[in-house]
Design a protein around this ligand. Structure first.
Ligand code: ZN
Ligand code: ZN
Length: 558
């Protein structure tokens, strides 16, 4: 009996994404037969994942324990926290708890995916508590680059854990909604068993500036522009969008929003009252175009140079509503996420080519981060005084830096746990340790396929992309094994056939010879024939070209 009680007196915290990486944040919190999930985000594919649209966490553990999962709680409405919600709910329809804006954004996504919002889902306010089995979950306001962001405190039978979500401490937030310092302090006084904290900016010393610090710089750009202004920022950065709209209104300019994701966010934020826009300031782009150029402001997507985004299209004159003209001022109110620098640079070059003035570098002061720097991370630790500390949301080096920051604040090194996706962190009232691992990893989404593209398909795609393909077609008499047609060769992405006749003739000759030899030896096993064709050709082609195209032999029996 005692043994049984001991078993259930343990709390498991299991990150399914977001540790050792930036993105696809998701975490399971389990006590006995009850699980809650915090966030279900996506990440974007890296360059080797050819053709992949998005990457989501592997939710196997949740699906295998589906009868235990009570709810999905969301910290805020960024893609790396909500982007996999529709994929999770499609297979595991549990109630969702999130603040209003976050839930509004989730509903938009669900509608698009044709997944209903599970019954029992509920919009909460910062400060609300939700009781779920043995857990009492409290949403606590924090500042971030999207309104309505929360940390979530989960009080369990062994103690309270605090998941910060993404946060920064902004002393002058645009919407006047301050981080709930009092509540964080109270929790600290009552005792926080474990703090799970955002590590994104763990390498940055000092403080992240207030969103408000962007304003004078934005204002200067808006005032000095001789013609039209185009501002690109993250579609979800409602505060930045608010600042641009306020400045435009003060200067008597009108604003159009162009780009699907930003149009969506603005629509939802307006409906729910998160954006305050003087009447008549926002116009459809068709109406905006009739105004003098100095009165026009276009807010748009594409701050990361994403090829399909509105700004990228405008930069190559491929946008149906907006054409860049000399005299335009284009402002990147964002920094490039690592990995996106090249595509941003390409867009900047193209915009200059079309005669625009482009403001994109950090020195312009038109962007600040939404994540806490080291001094704010220290403040979070000092307010909440956790017994144990688990850095989350970050690549390994960021988690490690965050560990050092926590040590500097007096958290004993043995009380700091660094894990990876799938790690089972086990907590009791006075201990914490890593006790194992659950299935975790990345599930690739390509079009409508979820998880059907794996390593083998990706390897083929890489080979096709880098070396091309050579298809060899031979028609063989079923009875005699004699070649009656071909070999014919079709190249895609390997060599240009018309300029490589010599190479391909010799290749065909080798195929004929190989087939003849095989027939002599009486091996009419098609699979064997195909593989010998592949071997002979790949050796020959590599000798002649130093390339390794995919070779696809097709034997047609006649
Ligand atoms: Zn975020
Ligand atoms: Zn995030």
């Amino acid at each position: 009996m005692a043994r049984h009680r001991e078993k259930t007196n343990k709390l498991h915290v299991i990150p399914l994404g977001g540790l050792g990486e930036i993105g696809k944040n998701s975490m399971a919190v389990q006590y006995g037969d009850d699980i809650i999930v915090i966030d279900a985000g996506l990440s974007f594919p890296d360059e080797e994942m050819l053709g992949i649209d998005i990457v989501i966490p592997d939710f196997t553990y949740l699906l295998e324990n589906r009868e235990k999962v009570r709810a999905l709680l969301i910290t805020h409405g960024h893609e790396d926290h909500i982007g996999a919600v529709s994929y999770l709910l499609r297979n595991l329809p549990v109630p969702v708890y999130a603040t209003r804006l976050t839930l509004g954004l989730i509903e938009g996504k669900l509608e698009e995916a044709g997944v209903p919002l599970p019954p029992g889902s509920q919009a909460v306010r910062a400060g609300d508590q939700v009781k779920l089995g043995p857990f009492t979950c409290e949403f606590i306001r924090v500042n971030h680059s999207i309104p309505d962001s929360c940390a979530i405190a989960v009080t369990t039978p062994v103690g309270t854990i605090l998941h910060t979500g993404d946060f920064k401490f902004d002393q002058t937030p645009i919407d006047g909604e301050f981080t709930d310092y009092q509540r964080l302090t109270e929790l600290g006084k009552k005792g926080v068993l474990a703090l799970l904290a955002d590590s994104t900016n763990a390498e940055r010393p000092g403080y992240t500036p207030s969103e408000r610090s962007v304003r004078p710089n934005l204002e200067r750009v808006f005032r000095d522009a001789r013609g039209r202004i185009l501002m690109a920022t993250f579609a979800s950065n409602v505060h930045r969008i608010q600042q641009a709209i306020s400045i435009a209104a003060e200067l008597g300019k009108k604003v159009a929003v162009v780009g699907r994701s930003m149009e969506n966010t603005v629509k939802i934020a307006l409906e729910l009252g998160y954006l305050h826009v003087p009447d008549g300031t926002i116009l459809p782009v068709e109406e905006l175009r009739r105004l003098p150029l100095q009165s026009q402001v276009i807010l748009t997507t594409g701050s990361q140079g994403e090829p399909m985004s509105a700004l990228s299209r405008m930069s190559v004159n491929d946008h149906k509503a907006v054409e860049i003209i000399p005299g335009d001022t284009v402002l990147f109110a964002a920094t490039a996420i690592p990995g996106n620098e090249k595509s941003v640079a390409r867009t900047v070059n193209n915009l200059y080519r079309r005669g625009a003035e482009v403001i994109y570098d950090r020195s312009a002061g038109v962007h600040v981060s939404g994540h806490a720097s080291q001094e704010e991370q220290k403040l979070m630790i000092n307010l909440t005084r956790p017994k144990f500390f688990v850095p989350i949301h970050g690549e390994y080096r960021m988690l490690l830096k965050h560990k050092q920051t926590a040590e500097a604040c007096g958290v004993p090194p043995e009380n700091i746990l660094i894990g990876e996706n799938g790690t089972i962190f086990e907590f009791t009232r006075n201990s914490a340790q890593i006790v194992g691992k659950v299935t975790s990893g990345q599930v690739l989404v390509d079009g409508l396929g979820v998880g059907d593209v794996g390593n083998i398909v990706l390897r083929d795609r890489r080979q096709l992309a880098q070396e091309g393909i050579l298809v060899v077609v031979v028609a063989v008499d079923r009875e005699t094994g004699i070649i009656v047609g071909g070999p014919d060769m079709v190249s895609r992405g390997f060599v240009y056939v018309r300029e490589s006749e010599g190479l391909l003739e010799e290749a065909k000759e080798r195929v004929r010879r190989t087939l003849a030899e095989q027939m002599d030896r009486n091996v009419p096993e098609w699979a064997v024939l195909k593989s010998s064709i592949r071997d002979v050709l790949s050796r020959y082609l590599y000798e002649r070209t130093h390339r390794r195209p995919m070779i696809l032999p097709i034997i047609v029996e006649v």
